[in-house]
Structures are given as structure tokens and as C-alpha cells.
Design a binder for this molecule. Structure first.
Ligand code: RNT
Ligand code: ZN
Length: 423
């Protein structure tokens, strides 16, 4: 598309929105302040760099074997840098503990230190990106029993408590160096395949382990811990220790952040409707935006009704500063950079649509019991020219407009990722 065309379409869209009392310029400015926390693990199917032969375990799975996954920190950094040239806005990068720079040595999870992540902190500074962090409780022999922090075996628990303590210190260091709190997400795979009798015991153990690991007080200026619940995983169909009720209770009791992953609930249960409740009881909410296709399949985020509903709830709550939007999907069956770019751009498009809503007008209808009018406006809004606004935003930020990024990803595949041998 020519610049002139984009601008012309934007001017027309702006007028249409102005007629509804919405300032499109302001929406663009607002969207530009929304930083998504981009997950590092789409680049290599959640393998990390701890163990070259290591596979993925813990009830999650990346299916497909599209060529070109990142095989080293350098390749992963290069891929993310490329992604960042194809999306507007300033974003964060979310690292997992298995993505450290271990210098060719095996450094076990209870031994990791901030120094193993200095290369990422340097990279982040250079690229003007902020980091978030995740402790890694899966893909390790000490989680083979299916349990980590809630294992019956005190030695296993001790190992993972130490991992968690260390991860908090690493995240704290990231927060210090970047002058902005690093969000540290805690997700454990614990659970089992079949009818479990000692549910309460495992949950008691999890509570106790978390209490112990989180006892060290670290300033929330640098570190914000958040806990992520789940309904089930592969091999943990019947029981998951860290259920929604468990972590909702834990987060409220400890006045800490809660992570809501779009794929971690019953098939027709949606996280969009949880935002307005959780914001009343926990200080902040972290999202793992993902696309469950029939189960927690971690498909690439696309513009679905639920993505839009989620964005609307974030914007309508007026609490956008208390909601952190992280991505969490891993599709190994398609070009991985393409997966990143589509997911990021779709998340932004949904946020933009929500920001272009005449919410006050809709609330007013609601107040007056004019619910036909509310419904009709909500329907009309779907067909408003929000995409012209997004295209303009891309032009303004000097990144590819509309489908232009597709060719760029193909070129990167031809020149870079297709030449990588598989791991
Ligand atoms: C697993 C959780 C978790 C992971 C990442 C890799 O079901 O969603 O957040 O996807 O930590
Ligand atoms: Zn998640």
C-alpha cells in the first residue's frame, strides 16, 4: 500500500470515529504505550539451552517440525530482533530459566545465577527491551515423578524451592538493571494422570514450598512474582496441584499477582470474564494470551472473539496499568517468526479495537435500559475501519503495513532459518 493511500484511509476512518465521539489519534497514542511481553519460547519449541539433547516434558507439547528453530542464544536474539522490526511499539521479552548462557557447562536448576543471564540483560539494554522471567519446573529429571514443589519427597521439594529462590534473584537483578520491575511467572507442572487421593496433601505441600521460597522479601520495584494455575496437562489429566482455586486463594492471601492463561480452564470458560473480578482482589493480573483449540493446545494468537473480549475487558476496566499482557503459545508446525508476528499484531489489533470503542456511550445505554441500542452499536463497531487505524500506526512506526511483513518473513526464512540444521 502506498503511504498516501494509508493516510487517506486513516483520515476517513478518523472522521467516522469522531462521529462516535472517539479520537483515533489518541487511540493510536494509547496503543503505542501497550508493551506486550513476548515469550522467548516460540523460537525453539520451548527447548532452551540448558541441555542440547533435552526434550520438552511437564504436560506441555509443541507439535510439528518446521525447519529453522533457534539453536543458540545468538540465533534466538537474531530472531527476536527480526520480529521486533516487523511489529509496531515497544515490547518486553519473557525468558525462561532454561534459556541462560551456561557456557557449554551443565548448570543445574538449583545452581543458576544472575551471571548466566547477563548476556540477555546486555542484549535487552542494547535493544531497548525490558525483560520478564519464568522459573522452569519442567523438562528435568527431578520433575519426572510428575511433581516438583508439591512432591511428597522433601529432597525434590528442596531442589525446586532452591530453583525458585534463585529465579527470584535473577529476576530481581533484571529489574534492577532495567530500572523496571521484572515479572517473574511461576508455573509448575505438578499433577497426575489418574484419580489422586492425596489432593489436599499435595496442595498443602505446594503452599508450604511457595511460602518458603517466597519468604525472602524483595522490593516490588524490581521483582513482581506471579502464580499461574492450570486445569490439566498431558499426563496430569485427573489432578493438577496448582489449580485455579489454589492460586486464586494464594494470590489473594499474599496480595500478589495472578496469571491467567487463556488455555488453562474448561473448554467454554474464558479468561476475559475473570479480569473484572480478579482486579478487585489482587494487585495486578498477568495474562498468558494463547489460543486453545479444543484443549490447551497453545496455538498462535489470532483475532478471535475471545481475544477481543479480553481486550475490551482490559480497556473497559480502566485498569490497563494493572494488567500485564504476555504471550504464551508455541507452534512448531509453521514458520516460527511468522507465528510471533501474527500473534503480536493480532493482540495489538484487538487492543486497538477496544480502544476505539465509545464505551461511555454504551454505558449510558446500559444505564437507561436501552439494550437494543447497546447491542446494535456493538454490532456496528465490528465493521468500523479499525484496520485503517492499525495500518496508519504501522506506517507511523515505520514497520510493514498490512500484509507486507509476510514477504519479509519469507525472505528471512530463505536467507536464515531454512539454512539451520535441526537440533
Ligand atoms: C503451561 C503454561 C506455562 C508454559 C510456559 C512455557 O501450560 O502455560 O506458562 O506455557 O511457561
Ligand atoms: Zn502459560
Amino acid at each position: 500500500m502506498k503511504d498516501e493511500q494509508i493516510k487517506k484511509a486513516y483520515e476517513a476512518a478518523k472522521e467516522q470515529y469522531a462521529a462516535l465521539g472517539i479520537d483515533a489519534d489518541q487511540a493510536v497514542e494509547k496503543l503505542n504505550t501497550v508493551s506486550l511481553s513476548i515469550h522467548c519460547w516460540q523460537a525453539d519449541d520451548v527447548l532452551g539451552f540448558e541441555n542440547p539433547e533435552g526434550g520438552l516434558s511437564g504436560g506441555i507439547q509443541a507439535t510439528g517440525n518446521y525447519p529453522g528453530k533457534a539453536r543458540s542464544i545468538e540465533e534466538l536474539q537474531k530472531d527476536i530482533e527480526k520480529v521486533l522490526t516487523l511489529v509496531p511499539g515497544k515490547h518486553r521479552l519473557s525468558l525462561h530459566a532454561i534459556y541462560g548462557d551456561f557456557g557449554g557447562q551443565f548448570v543445574d536448576r538449583d545452581q543458576i545465577e544472575p551471571k548466566h543471564f547477563q548476556v540477555w540483560m546486555d542484549w535487552a539494554k542494547k535493544n531497548n527491551v525490558k525483560l520478564d522471567f519464568n522459573s522452569t519446573f519442567f523438562s528435568h529429571p527431578k520433575s519426572d515423578s510428575g511433581y516438583t514443589l508439591s512432591d511428597f519427597d522433601p529432597e525434590i521439594r528442596k531442589f525446586w524451592i532452591e530453583h525458585l529462590r534463585r529465579c527470584r534473584r535473577i529476576a530481581e537483578e533484571m529489574g534492577r538493571q532495567q530500572g523496571d520491575a521484572c515479572i517473574h511467572n511461576i508455573w509448575i507442572p505438578d499433577g497426575e494422570k489418574d484419580k489422586t487421593v492425596s489432593r489436599m496433601k499435595h496442595r498443602e505441600l505446594l503452599k508450604q514450598s511457595l511460602d518458603e521460597a517466597l519468604a525472602e522479601k524483595i522490593d516490588t520495584k524490581y521483582l513482581k512474582d506471579t502464580v499461574e494455575c492450570k486445569l490439566f496437562g498431558i499426563g496430569s489429566e485427573s489432578f493438577v496441584t496448582g489449580s485455579h482455586e489454589f492460586y486464586m486463594g494464594y494470590a489473594i492471601k499474599n496480595n500478589m499477582m495472578l496469571t491467567l492463561d487463556a488455555g488453562h480452564f474448561h473448554p467454554t470458560e474464558v479468561i476475559s470474564d475473570k479480569i473484572s473480578s480478579m482486579l478487585l482482589f489482587v494487585p495486578e493480573v498477568n495474562l498468558h494470551v494463547s489460543r486453545p483449540e479444543r484443549w490447551d493446545s497453545d496455538h498462535v494468537v489470532i483475532l478471535t472473539d475471545e481475544l477481543l473480549a479480553l481486550s475490551q475487558e482490559i480497556v473497559r476496566s480502566g485498569q490497563i496499568d494493572r494488567v500485564h499482557i504476555g504471550l504464551d503459545y508455541f507452534d512448531a508446525s509453521i514458520n516460527r517468526l511468522g507465528a510471533y508476528v501474527v500473534g503480536i499484531r493480532s493482540a495489538q489489533k484487538a487492543m486497538l479495537q477496544a480502544m476505539l470503542e465509545p464505551t461511555e456511550k454504551l454505558r449510558d445505554f446500559e444505564l437507561k435500559n436501552k439494550n437494543f441500542q447497546r447491542m446494535a452499536y456493538l454490532e456496528e463497531l465490528k465493521a468500523m475501519p479499525w484496520n485503517a487505524v492499525y495500518n496508519y500506526y504501522c506506517l507511523q512506526q515505520a514497520v510493514p503495513v498490512a500484509d507486507e511483513y509476510i514477504a519479509s518473513i519469507q525472505a528471512y526464512e530463505d536467507e536464515v532459518t531454512s539454512k539451520r540444521s535441526s537440533r
